[in-house]
Design a protein around this ligand. Structure first.
Ligand SMILES: NC(=O)c1ccc[n+]([C@@H]2O[C@H](COP(=O)([O-])OP(=O)(O)OC[C@H]3O[C@@H](n4cnc5c(N)ncnc54)[C@H](O)[C@@H]3O)[C@@H](O)[C@H]2O)c1
Length: 365
């Protein structure tokens, strides 16, 4: 059937599963959520109740037997993305894989290969490609507003993730650079028309959360692109005050600045506090910057609509497994750069890596 809403299955029932379910419910003309699968059935049932999802599975493999489901989103920890993608593709369903795409370059390559051979799309869920403010900046760049662009900056910072597995590098593959640097790398690459990345220089550290695990909680990364532009990607899990997400674009003929949260908020002071300000903000008392239409401002419903339409063949997919692979190669180079204290040129594909952070912890690898 090639018309009507596409039926989605969601794997996972945590933070990002809720965002997928909520975003899909905002686009009923394009998408319908058929089922959610998670080994924590209580959480899955909660999400199913909240978004009127008819079926709950404790095993995602069971969900894959539902022939009415045409596409499955993966919102499980990074370590599981690879195997889940292979299973979904082999069940003949399109795949939406959350970032970062997997744990290794080899896994990313196999995911792309298996999806291609199975005749399904591998969609890399990088919502910054759909964030309205950032899309506007790219449109203006395309219209020549900034002339030749020589620097793009992307920053994402907060005070650390909500779930313990992010701190366990066996499950996450790395710290904040892996978790949020992947957004900034993808953004700069996309913004610069996917000019190939030529080199990566990175510094990182555990500044605040050293006791929680082996992952870095702060990173600064400089990317050099073939077209002569540079990207500067700053990330932190050590930044107080809730989520901060920004972009700056510098060209010979102009500049633009996009502050996703504080720039789209109501500067607010409250003695008593109130319900909710922004992702990961610890308090609403005192000064705060409450966002509105948070998911739309991020671009999640727009991203899901694009994926549903791409699966139907109505749009050319613009967030692909190849994007996820390019990011993974830059992540490897960034960790190796921080480990070796020098710029790493691409291609950079050391063999035998199990998780990118090894290249920082063990610089000889
Ligand atoms: N695009 C974004 O901005 C964004 C934001 C947050 C998280 N993410 C990504 O989404 C993924 C999930 O992150 P999260 O914040 O939702 O984590 P989370 O801990 O809140 O949720 C993870 C979920 O995975 C489920 N899970 C674990 N093992 C499973 C299995 N074998 N089968 C099915 N489900 C399983 C858990 O039960 C849980 O519901 C990560 O890859 C993360 O990087 C992306």
């Amino acid at each position: 059937m090639n018309s009507g809403p596409l039926r989605f299955g969601i794997i996972g029932s945590g933070f990002q599963a809720d965002i997928h379910a909520s975003s899909l419910r905002m686009i009923p003309d394009a998408a319908d959520v058929a089922a959610v699968a998670s080994p924590t059935p209580g959480h899955a049932a909660e999400i199913a109740g909240r978004y009127s999802i008819p079926a709950v599975y404790s095993s995602y493999r069971e969900m894959l037997r539902d022939a009415s489901i045409g596409i499955v989103t993966i919102t499980a920890p990074n370590r599981l993305h690879h195997q889940m993608t292979l299973d979904i593709a082999r069940a003949g369903k399109h795949v939406v894989c959350e970032k970062p795409m997997a744990m290794t370059i080899e896994e990313c390559e196999e995911m792309i290969d298996v999806c291609r051979r199975s005749g399904v799309l591998l969609m890399y869920a990088e919502e910054l490609f759909f964030t309205p403010k950032y899309v506007k900046a790219k449109e203006m760049a395309g219209q020549g507003a900034f002339g030749r662009i020589h620097l793009v900056k992307q920053t994402e910072k907060h005070f650390g993730p909500h779930a313990p597995w992010f701190w366990d590098v066996e499950q996450s593959g790395g710290g904040v650079f892996m978790d949020m640097g992947c957004h900034g790398i993808a953004f700069c690459h996309w913004f610069l028309g996917r000019s190939p990345i030529q080199s990566v220089y990175c510094q990182m550290d555990r500044q605040v959360h050293g006791a929680k695990g082996l992952g870095e909680d702060e990173s600064i990364c400089i990317l050099e692109f073939e077209n002569g532009a540079r990207g500067l990607v700053e990330n932190s899990w050590a930044r107080r005050g809730g989520m901060d997400d920004r972009v700056e674009v510098y060209g010979e003929g102009g500049v633009t600045f996009a502050n996703l949260h504080m720039g789209n908020a109501l500067p607010t002071y409250s003695e008593a506090g109130y319900g909710y300000a922004v992702e990961k903000a610890p308090t609403t008392q005192g000064w705060s910057w409450p966002v509105f239409e948070e998911l739309w401002n991020y671009g999640f419903p727009q991203e899901m609509r694009h994926f549903a339409r791409a699966a139907r063949g109505l749009e050319m997919l613009d967030a692909t497994g190849e994007d996820g692979l390019a990011v993974m190669e830059a992540l490897y180079a960034g960790y190796a750069s921080a480990g070796q204290g020098r710029k790493i040129t691409l291609p950079f594909r050391p063999a035998g890596i199990r998780r990118p952070i090894e290249l920082w912890h063990n610089p000889t690898s």
